[in-house]
Ligand binder design. Structure first.
Ligand SMILES: Nc1ncnc2c1ncn2[C@@H]1O[C@H](COP(=O)(O)OP(=O)(O)O)[C@@H](O)[C@H]1O
Ligand SMILES: [Mg+2]
Length: 434
């Protein structure tokens, strides 16, 4: 036995946790986001501000941005004379707290030059092409070539590498390149409504605190965030985006965030149905999980699609390995519950150090899926000071049952939520109670 999916009758993994690709197939895979797509497309096409999206991890931010940009791109290619040219750039930009701002800017320039040079249709449309020759010359520069491992048109999600330092950047001076790029962008996009390259700056929560995020964005404000015809979409979790978008200095640059909520209950089953029907290679393709089983796991996972997909993949691998092949919905759901219980019990073995009081703290946290603050809400835990809570939080954290964001000013735990392991064990505890 090797690839279980091909044995089940699929050409790919229906539980892949990768963001949805920005292509025609991706459009069919994105479920339950009609309203959000409309809103995001409206913001991209109607505002000169950079778009921002706040939403918990695994909720579907990256996927949504990819598809929104792709649909605009499709419409443009379909009718280039009349439609604004929105072009998704095939790269997920990320920035870390240790990143040098100049290095990030350089990387952005190099990416853009390679990408624009690779757009084969560019000569034939309404853009004057004289300047493009400059860019294409740049893109043949050995340094740029070595940096760019080959780009293809349109498709976020191709790689989500973090950005550290550019190879050979010391030998590279970006000034002339930046001027050429700005000139071309000005020709292509004389006004905000003529379109733009859509660039995704993803996972801003990697910056850890909103103070750092604000600082980084303020540093980028007059460079990377001020190119004509570059429409950034900034995505992040844990309140980071909400926080940066509301500062004075950035308010003139960043739009009010779109708050992306978890997929509605009714749409969750469709996610797996779309994936299996698109990926199946034979009529009797098989998976050991039913649509409502997926929904069940989604609920256990605190409505985090990525975690739900991961649990289901593990379950399918286990079924294949153990030679289990439940047939109807009832059998599938029963086996799924059995697996969830035994997984939880395995994980419980790593939590021996948690005391009875520790578990009661855990229970309070589990009742607040949006997160709870030890400093503000310690009363809810039945403590009269936040300090008394600390040892329990520490042991829960050490057992990987909870995770927390850190406060900007005093580096203390701010918002606490359960980890995937925590949600699994919470499910287990609840089934044992009943
Ligand atoms: N609307 C949707 N319909 C179907 N699958 C989705 C949808 N949104 C996200 N997914 C899937 O859920 C997982 C997490 O999505 P992603 O966009 O990476 O989330 P985020 O960027 O918010 O962390 C991915 O595997 C993605 O394919
Ligand atoms: Mg993402």
């Amino acid at each position: 036995m090797s690839n279980i999916w091909s044995e089940f009758g699929f050409r790919g993994n229906p539980f892949s946790t990768a963001p949805i690709k920005a292509n025609a197939e991706g459009k069919k895979l994105l479920k339950g986001r009609d309203k959000e797509l409309r809103l995001l497309r409206m913001k991209l096409t109607s505002s000169d501000l950079h778009t921002t999206i706040e939403g918990q991890n695994g909720v579907g931010k990256t996927s949504l941005v990819g598809i929104a940009a792709f649909t605009l791109y499709e419409e443009f290619l379909d009718d280039p004379e009349n439609k604004p040219a929105f072009i998704p750039v095939d790269h997920i930009f990320q920035i870390s707290a240790t990143e040098n701002i100049e290095a990030f800017k350089e990387k952005f320039l190099l990416r853009m030059v390679s990408f624009i040079s690779s757009l084969e249709w560019l000569d034939e449309t309404r853009f004057p092409v004289g300047k493009l020759e400059d860019l294409r010359r740049w893109s043949n520069d050995p340094i740029i070539k070595s940096f760019n491992g080959g780009l293809s048109i349109a498709g976020f999600g191709a790689n989500a590498s973090t950005t550290n330092s550019v190879n050979g950047s010391s030998a590279f001076s970006g000034a002339g390149l930046e001027a050429s790029l700005r000139e071309i962008l000005n020709i292509m996009f004389p006004a905000g409504c003529s379109g733009g390259f859509v660039c995704l700056l993803d996972n801003m929560e990697l910056l850890d605190t909103s103070l750092t995020a604000r600082k980084v964005l303020e540093d980028l404000r007059d460079s990377v965030l001020s190119f004509p015809g570059i429409k950034w979409v900034l995505c992040g979790a844990r309140g980071i985006i909400r926080s940066v978008a509301s500062t004075n200095r950035l308010q003139g640059k960043l739009a009010t965030p779109i708050e992306l909520a978890p997929l509605a209950d009714n749409d969750v089953g469709d996610v797996i149905e779309a994936r299996t029907s698109i990926l199946k290679t034979k009529v009797d393709a098989y998976i050991p999980i039913a649509s409502n089983g997926f929904k069940f796991v989604y609920d256990i996972s605190n409505h985090n699609l990525r975690i739900a997909l991961k649990f289901c993949e593990d379950y399918c691998l286990w079924c294949a390995f153990e030679g289990k092949k439940p047939q109807n919905e009832e059998e599938k759901n029963e086996l799924l519950k059995h697996w969830l219980t035994s997984e939880a019990e395995k994980n419980l073995a790593d939590t021996q150090s948690i005391t009875r009081t520790g578990w009661s703290v855990f229970q309070v946290i589990s009742q607040r899926p949006e997160g709870i603050s030890p400093t503000g809400d310690y009363g809810e835990f039945g403590y009269d000071s936040p300090q008394a809570l600390q040892p329990h939080l520490r042991s829960l954290e050490q057992a990987a049952l909870i995770e927390s964001t850190i406060d900007d000013s005093d580096r203390r735990r701010k918002t606490i939520t359960l980890t995937p392991r925590g949600w699994l064990i919470d499910y287990y505890n609840k089934t044992k109670q009943n």
